[in-house]
Design a protein. Sequence first.
Length: 173
Amino acid sequence: MNTHRAVARFLAKEKNKTELASERVELGLVDDLNKALENSDALINDIKVDNKRILDMQKLVNKDLKERQKLLANRGKAEDKFFDAEDKFLAAKRQLEDAKKSLTSNEDSIESSEAEVAKAEKSKAPKVKKAQNLLGVFDKNLAKAEAAAKDLGIKLPIAKYKKAQDNLRKSIS
């Protein structure tokens, strides 16, 4: 019977140990849960702060995206204005270059014509001198011929000489 008592005591002792160990396990779990609760409260607050920050940043991103659309539209308008102005500038530049070429061509033509005029005047000078000499001959001799014809009482065909004289005067003046 002593053995039986000793076994019963041993079993009771072991039973208490088991209960204490399970209580320790339960207490450890509760401690772990309390720590997790404390950590979860802090994490929840941090996540709320992060979520609010994310929402605020997303609002800023959305605002910036809307602004970007406006800026893109403004850039497109500015590019259109720029390219229109550039086209006008290039057209004006071409027009200026064409005007300069035309002016240069005109100046060259004037210079060429002036050279031809000078050449013609140089060629004309001896002819004018000869025509002036002939006019002098006509003036001197026609007056003498008219006087002689008058003295002789004849009529000379002086009209053709006077016509030639008039034509010579017109051509040198």
